[in-house]
Ligand binder design. Structure first.
Ligand code: PEP
Ligand code: MN
Length: 336
């Protein structure tokens, strides 16, 4: 349940509510909004709301019916806006995070970063740790990749998003990453979710390839309930019987997630389609459907990319997509 405090409630009244929650053996989650404080109560679902309704300063008590609580719109009506390096994800502006699937060399990532920066990109993507289906495929440059990424940050001032695959790596990756990426294959790696949940870094959580929207939100809940409120949801396609595309991009998940949750929603049409020529049309559709940004694989020479070359855009294709998104933003009242 959620306890909504009156807009003029005092600190004493708020601590009275917190005391009661703890006495009942439940866990409070305090959210200080612009207008008022709201307190989420996590634990048993049969707690009597009257226990709180009688406390001074409480305006109302609302039951959250969905299994996901802290990520739900019922818990928080206004959109969550996440600040990263001057960027605000989840606000009026659309953010396009771009870069190669994997960091392949110092020169490769530096050159891509510089070109993308000139195009106006603020957040660079690039995997140092790669979750590959085959153990014989390139697994990423790991620590060396993180070093290159650190250097790129220093040189360009770009923020970076990179994947973390195991709880043991969270500290090391967190020294470089501005945003942790949790990959589709790890969406239900609960120890990993709890570990990033104990940091204060934004986490981009990708939908598992066989996960429902509700399961995605339940995974977000692991991070939020570990006390990290900075979660970004990412639709990246799900597995269906269709064979022409790598995944089936679930466009309906975008407005659905925006309706169910206050968290920002990003679309990854690169993994969502697996085909270069589909990335731009699907990415644009995702923006129209309400996505707060895109995650796009871009490489100087996609035909030479070590991983995911088929779905990777070259610079001219990416630049064209950016200018088309600008026109779309004008039409739908958003900015880029
Ligand atoms: C990636 O972003 O390169 C990646 C591996 O994505 P996903 O986890 O969505 O497959
Ligand atoms: Mn990839």
């Amino acid at each position: 349940m959620v306890i909504v405090m009156k807009h003029d409630s005092t600190l004493k009244e708020i601590s009275e509510v917190l005391k009661k929650i703890k006495e009942l053996g439940l866990k409070p989650h305090v959210l200080k909004g612009k207008e008022r404080t709201i307190i989420g109560v996590i634990g048993r679902s049969n707690t009597n709301p009257e226990l709180f309704e009688s406390i001074n300063g409480v305006e109302k008590v609302v039951r959250i019916l969905s299994p996901f609580k802290l990520s739900s719109r019922e818990f928080k009506g206004e959109n969550t806006v996440i600040k990263i390096n001057g960027a605000e994800i989840g606000g009026k502006k659309i953010f396009v995070m771009a870069g190669p699937c994997a960091i392949e060399s110092r020169e490769q990532i530096l050159e891509i970063a510089q070109t993308l920066k000139e195009m106006g990109v603020k957040i660079l993507r690039g995997g140092a740790y790669k979750p590959r289906t085959s153990p014989y495929s390139f697994q990423g440059l790991k620590e060396k990749g993180l070093e290159y990424l650190q250097e790129v940050k220093k040189e360009t001032g770009l923020a970076v998003i990179t994947e973390v695959m195991s709880p043991e790596d969270v500290e090391k990756v967190g020294k470089v990453a501005d945003i942790f990426q949790i990959g589709a294959r790890n969406m239900q790696n609960f120890p990993l979710l709890e570990t990033v949940g104990k940091t204060d870094k934004p986490v981009l959580l990708k939908r598992g390839m066989m996960a429902t929207v509700e399961e995605l939100l339940m995974s977000a809940e692991y991070i939020l309930s570990s006390r990290n409120p900075r979660v970004i949801l990412c639709e990246r396609g799900i597995r269906t019987f269709e064979q022409y595309t790598r995944n089936t991009f679930d466009i309906s998940a975008i407005p659905l997630l925006k309706k169910l949750s206050h968290l920002p929603v990003i679309a990854d049409p690169s993994h969502g389609t697996g085909l270069r020529e589909l990335v731009s049309p699907v990415g644009k559709s995702a923006i129209v459907a309400g996505a707060d940004g895109l995650l796009i694989e871009v490489h100087k020479d996609p035909s030479k990319a070590i991983s995911d070359g088929f779905q990777t855009l070259d610079f001219p294709m990416f630049s064209k997509l950016l200018s088309e998104i600008k026109s779309i933003c004008n039409a739908i009242g958003r900015e880029i």
